[in-house]
Write a protein that binds this ligand. Sequence first.
Ligand code: FES
Length: 134
Amino acid sequence: MPQSWCTNRFPDKKEQSGTVYFFVNDLKFLTEMAKINFITKAGVEMQLEAASGSVMELAVNNSVPGIDGDCGGVCSCATCHVHVAPEDWAQTGAPGDMEKDMLEFDDNASEFSRLSCQMSISDELDGITLKVAN
Ligand code: FES
């Protein structure tokens, strides 16, 4: 890993003679992966994993059918709409105000709707199941 990558991401880390020191929590952040389960409209199940980014980016980068991310993740297209499994709702949390406004225009919205571009991947999301809405 290039030194500049480390110091740019973690500017408060100590550096001596070209060595960057990380703390244990940083290493945990860099190595933990969250597994996200997707179920497409056709009923195909896909389990993907990532350590960072948004759920939409994970889906688009892995060609999950029905998640297009047309607006690039700025909450203005709803082409990343998913239905969270009810048992996982507490893990994802409710949509924000802007997200709710966007979902109001989608006829396929439910009480468990989220825009996956507004869901940041973290270990909190590990194991959740999302049904692709469109
Ligand atoms: S990618 Fe456009 S609203 Fe999520």
